[in-house]
Design a protein around this ligand. Structure first.
Ligand SMILES: Cc1cc2nc3c(=O)[nH]c(=O)nc-3n(C[C@H](O)[C@H](O)[C@H](O)COP(=O)(O)OP(=O)(O)OC[C@H]3O[C@@H](n4cnc5c(N)ncnc54)[C@H](O)[C@@H]3O)c2cc1C
Length: 247
């Protein structure tokens, strides 16, 4: 897409999942896109597992990205606090991690358009242009500035100062366990399943496998009969209390 003097120039502030998704989609639509990420060195991985949604796979495919490292399961298992092996339903699901998604997106986006150590410090709306003040780049002029600077976005706060975080009604604990250090029986029990358990506290617990460090999906504990569709070096356990959110 073009303006009178060439393609629209879009600056994206924030180079995590949101910024890279926006960058890929906007570049694919023909815009001249630059992504500015404030972190100077390698990005630190964050969070535990991310359940893979179809929209992400579509975006990656549409823009020629490589395969997303994922773990997979074929069933959902529902446990109860009373014990037992629970109920099993067929429900295939793919899981990734922040690192697996970030790496895949970053590899699909041109490196010379992804700027590290480049924090957006200010911006001005001019006559038909936006001027973004970017560390190390001075004042960058563009047609559009996309703020992908995270849940606590200072850019959004500037436009919508009245918005503030409110308690969603639940608290989540998330943790991961390296499969290499887990008892084999535990690995075997949770293998190939997205496991849910009601908790006596009225919340619930989720357990599933995700790619390990470096988005590695090589099983740490292969054994005869282990699902080949579920390479799984890391167990992600998520507990929620007093409310439900997206998995
Ligand atoms: C344990 C866990 C599990 C999750 N599970 C799911 C799930 O199942 N499904 C799901 O959809 N989501 C899930 N999420 C949420 C998911 O991780 C986030 O939605 C995702 O990281 C948000 O990406 P983002 O790019 O919007 O923001 P962030 O990842 O927060 O990135 C914001 C980026 O902007 C940069 N930045 C900030 N300020 C500036 C500035 N001034 N200039 C330039 N750069 C700036 C930051 O350095 C950062 O890299 C989960 C999160 C966690 C922690």
């Amino acid at each position: 897409m073009s303006g009178a003097e060439g393609p629209f120039r879009i600056a994206v502030a924030g180079g995590s999942i949101g910024g890279l998704c926006a960058g890929l989609a906007l570049r694919g639509a023909g815009f001249d896109v630059q992504v500015y990420e404030r972190v100077a060195g390698p990005m630190e991985t964050r969070g535990a597992g991310i359940v893979v949604q179809g929209e992400l796979i579509d975006l990656l495919r549409t823009h020629g990205a490589g395969a997303l490292p994922t773990t997979r399961c074929r069933v959902r298992r529902y446990l109860s606090p009373e014990g037992g092996d629970g109920e099993v339903q067929r429900a295939p699901q793919d899981f990734a991690s922040w690192e697996a998604i970030y790496r895949t997106l970053a590899a699909a986006f041109p490196a010379d358009r992804y700027h590290r150590g480049a924090a957006l410090t200010d911006f001005d709306n001019g006559e038909g242009v936006v001027q973004a003040h970017i560390d190390g780049h001075g004042v960058v002029e563009g047609d559009v500035l996309v703020a992908a600077d995270g849940a606590q976005s200072p850019t959004r706060r500037r436009f919508l100062p009245e918005l503030s975080a409110t308690y969603a009604g639940y608290i989540a604990w998330r943790g991961t366990l390296d499969e290499a250090g887990a008892p084999p029986d535990l690995v075997r029990f949770f293998d190939d399943a997205f496991t849910f358990s009601e908790a006596r506290s009225a919340g619930h617990i989720l357990v599933y496998f995700i790619p390990g460090d470096g988005a590695d999906t090589t099983p740490a504990t292969p054994y005869p009969g282990r699902s080949r569709r579920a390479p799984a070096p890391r167990l992600a356990s998520v507990r929620r209390y007093a409310g439900l959110g997206h998995p």
